[in-house]
Structures are given as C-alpha cells and as structure tokens.
Design a protein around this ligand. Sequence first.
Ligand code: AMP
Ligand code: ZN
Ligand code: FE
Ligand code: FE
Length: 277
Amino acid sequence: MIDLHLHTTASDGCLTPADLVATASAAGLTVLSVTDHDTVAGLGEARRAATRAGLEFVDGIEITAVDDGNDVHVLGYFVRPPDHRLAAFLSEQRAARVARMRHMGERLARLGVTVDVEALIAGAAEMPGASVGRPLLARALVRAGRAVSVDEAFRRYLGTGKPGFVPRSGPSPAEVVQVIHAAGGLASMAHPGITRRPQVLGALVAAGLDAIEVYHSDHPEDVRLALLDYATRHRLLTTGGSDFHGDGGARTIGQATLPLEEFDRLRAAAFGPEARA
Ligand code: AMP
Ligand code: ZN
Ligand code: FE
Ligand code: FE
C-alpha cells in the first residue's frame, strides 16, 4: 500500500515523524511520503524510521499557494531538502503563518475567546523548522471548551469567512511549481476535488505541473474517475494519499492509496533522465 500524503508534528499532525512511520508500518504501508505544510523539518526523522522499518520513503511537502484569496495546496515530491532557495522560501511561508496565527488570536480575543497563541507558537518551535496552522488553534479551542471538535472550531471560528478567520496572501500556484522544480521535485496539485477551482488547475498545468492528486480521502469515486481522465488527457502523472493528520479525525492511514504502476511512473519521472532536463 502506497500513501503519499501524511502529516506529522512538524506541521499540524499529531504524531511525531517516528510514531507516524511506526503507525504506517503497522497499517501495512510499503511506501510513504510525509507532506507537512510548508516545512521539510520532519523528513529526516521519518526517513530514518522508514529505513529501519524497511519501508520506501519519499521526501515530500505540501505548500500553500494563494489564488484570488483562496488557498491552493501544491504537493512536492522527491524534493532535495538542502536546496537553499526552497529553504528560504519555506522560512518566509512559516513566518507568515506565525504572523497570521497571532492575528487570528487577536480576532478571537475581540470575540471574548482567549487562546494562548504564544504558547502554541512556542510549542511548535520545539521542533526546529516546524510550521503552525489553524488545526493547532482549533485543538486549543476544543481544549478550552469553546468547541466540541476541531470540525466545529472551523465551522464556528476558523473556516473561511468565520469571525476568527484571517485571509492570507502568498505566492501564486505557478510560483510554487517553480520553487518545487528548482528544488529538483515534482509538483502535484493536492486534492483538486476539495479545492474545486478548475481555472486554477488549468493555470497550474500551464505552469508545468507534473501531477494531480487523484486518490484522496475526500474524493468520492466519481471525482476520482474524473481526475484520472483529466490526468490522462493532459498527460499528467498521478499521486494519492490519505491526508492523515493523526488527530482522531475521520481520515485513516492508507484510506486513499496510489496504485503501484502509477507510483512507478512517478518515481521514474523523478529519477529518469527526462526529469533532469
Ligand atoms: P492552514 O494551514 O492554517 O491554512 O490550515 C489548513 C489545514 O486545516 C488543512 O490542511 C486541514 O488540515 C485543516 N482544515 C481546513 N479546513 C478544515 C475544516 N473545515 N475542518 C477541519 N480541518 C480543517
Ligand atoms: Zn493540514
Ligand atoms: Fe491540503
Ligand atoms: Fe494535507
């Protein structure tokens, strides 16, 4: 089983990279990728744990781009983590996340909802290079009794347009494809079935997108088939994974998996001569 979309404590997941790999191994995965938001901080620990467990590991990342005020997630695979341009780009992304988190904390405070945002930021800083995101805030709201679940915290406070929400600005999807390519990676649009912006997919393809995430926990069968058809027509590679966050939410490891032949094509594109052209 191949799951190329997993989160750890390096961003908004609840399992450390080593614990995630142990859980993945127990769940029967043979190939996995860790794709934390705007950071590669978990990759070293995850790769070491995967090697010890006899699993194939793919360096991954999920980068947030912004199109017309909407978040667009772009996955990068087979990136070479020491790339300096990528590192500088990611550290800007993370700084913007910290600033946004503080801003969301202020908005919540104005509603009379107090969350110790600095403690969340400091907690993330314990892992060098880790990123913060709304799920950390959502879990804090649940702990404070302000919401019964992370889902409800998003519905009431943190989702797009809700009173604690702060719109973000950031790089365009096309810029993110360039950054991933410059780092030697392949770019895949994450969960197009959630983002549901066909014009963004078109712009990404024009920018040299390599793949689309066909298989995802939140893609029903008809969406998956439509995306597979899109990939064939546009000669795109395919990726897939559960988007497991280890937070007790609905998604489980291996809930969405990439077929072996499709993974073989992805890996060949990353390591074959044409990938270096
Ligand atoms: P951020 O990186 O701060 O924009 O937070 C985005 C992350 O929050 C996503 O990657 C999901 O893990 C999570 N998320 C977004 N919307 C929801 C929602 N409605 N319910 C639960 N989690 C969500
Ligand atoms: Zn997430
Ligand atoms: Fe995502
Ligand atoms: Fe994700």
